[in-house]
Design a protein around this ligand. Sequence first.
Ligand code: PEP
Ligand code: MG
Length: 577
Amino acid sequence: MALMISGLGVSRGVAIGAVHVMQRSALEIYERHLKATEVDAEVQRFQSAVIMASQQLLDIQDSVPADAPKDIISFIGSHLLMLDDSMLSQVPIDLIRERQCNAEWALKIQRDQIASVFEEMEDEYLRTRQNDIDHVIYLIQKILFDQQYLVSEEVQTLAGSIIVADDLTPADTVLLQNQNIAGFITELGGPLSHTAIIARSLGIPAVVGVPDARLLLKNNETVIVDGSEGMILAGVDQDTITNYQRKQKSLEQAKRKLHSLRKVAAKTQDNVLINLQANVELLDDTRALANCGADGVGLYRTEFLYIDRTEPANEAEQYEAYVKVIRLMKGRPVTIRTLDLGAEKEFDPKYQGPLAQNPALGLRGLRRSLRDTELFKLQLRAILRASSIGPTKLMFPMLTSEDELQSALVVLNQAKSELIKEDQAFDDTIAIGAMIEVPASALAANQFAKNLDFLSIGTNDLIQYTLAIDRIDEAVNYLYDPLHPAVLQLIHLTLKAGQRAGIPVSMCGEMAGDIRYTKLLLGMGLREFSTHPASLLEVKSVINATDVSALEKRCKDILNKHISSAKIHHLVDQLNL
Ligand code: PEP
Ligand code: MG
């Protein structure tokens, strides 16, 4: 009987293959009360398990093939760091001693304690990292149980299979990566889980968040995984398989066609050259970045150097992180955005205050940096020093007032003076720009454009602030509309301000990477796009098929102030036909 199961499609494409269910046996963990004389030996047993766990991960790290996605190495690295952290290396020992209990039980108590903290977190990315802790704890528990943790023996002849698992650890993926797996289905995980990230970078279709997948799907049965639709089909007839084989073929053809655009310039049919850049968020993105043929980096988000880690990065580490991307881009400009900390992305409790009622309207972005000028200056020094290695641009997030800009420039000049005194090289002509993310700055864009070398429209926040809808609040998601007439007017004002001042205006929010809006934006006069590396070639294919001059008049009609939202949507649909 045919079975259709829905999940979350996290890596696009269609896979058809035989199921291989990976069972990770559940561990039965009980409390065992120890005699006082047994405690030292139990602590030792725990410590040896942690050492063995590290050794296992190091061995796997050494075996990662050179062409593996960098994500895998960094995920395993983060698991090694966790093993070193006192939350896993010391707290369980304290628990063994205090409670006189067995190591397995102490680890379980600590796991539950950590999980309760993670459950409180609002940030989806951080919540996802609970899985990492579980993977590491499972590894230690397995060693305590004296069992082989890894799926190694299973990984023999899996070419063409669809792997069905509860969740996959980065270590599992190292073992799976050379097996030509056709697709992944996991019971756990969201768009930011390891399986999702790694499947995307390997280009393997994946559906995650499918409860009971291991019960519903049987070993060796043929299933279809549709990673674009988040759908799994089992027990289907030959006609359905043939249909999906066709879909698979045409998707692969389209992918090959897109891939061939990597070395082709982004140029419209009427020969307007478009600057098509990429966004970088984590250093793990560099493989995708190197392969997407971007004209530069239009947005290098730097928050990862501060949050989701034990200590903020010092100047040397920041410098290295910037230089890495600058070198990778081989002479194409890299736009580094200063910290956009604040609200829920805060690491220093001092600045959290009595957590604001409206954190998005609180101390974030450039405001936050100006409140802690030493931290700000440290970052500016690192960026300036990196600018001596290759073309670099500096960008301030969430600029709202002229005074803020002037204050930021004062700190920048202090950083420059310090570097001159220290005889450190930097590019004194480094371009300075700002993001237009709040309606106020779009309305005052003329003023900002006079004092800056470039502007970049951050539509994620611009839409949030213009339409007064929290971008992470699902209850108001339905109101999130890039085509709202007010949003389009603000984009238009910003583009005009740039043209008047003779400075480039780019767009680096999600809207720039969404092909439903590419033609409209071209017709409105946008000539620089910065998108996620995964969307870049798709946007390029639309650009290269567009005749801008034919669009301009139609886009003017869309910008007509008296037009309704529904009519705008209709006209944009027509534009895309
Ligand atoms: C934006 O707001 O559009 C943007 C690119 O910045 P972030 O998503 O990092 O807030
Ligand atoms: Mg923003």
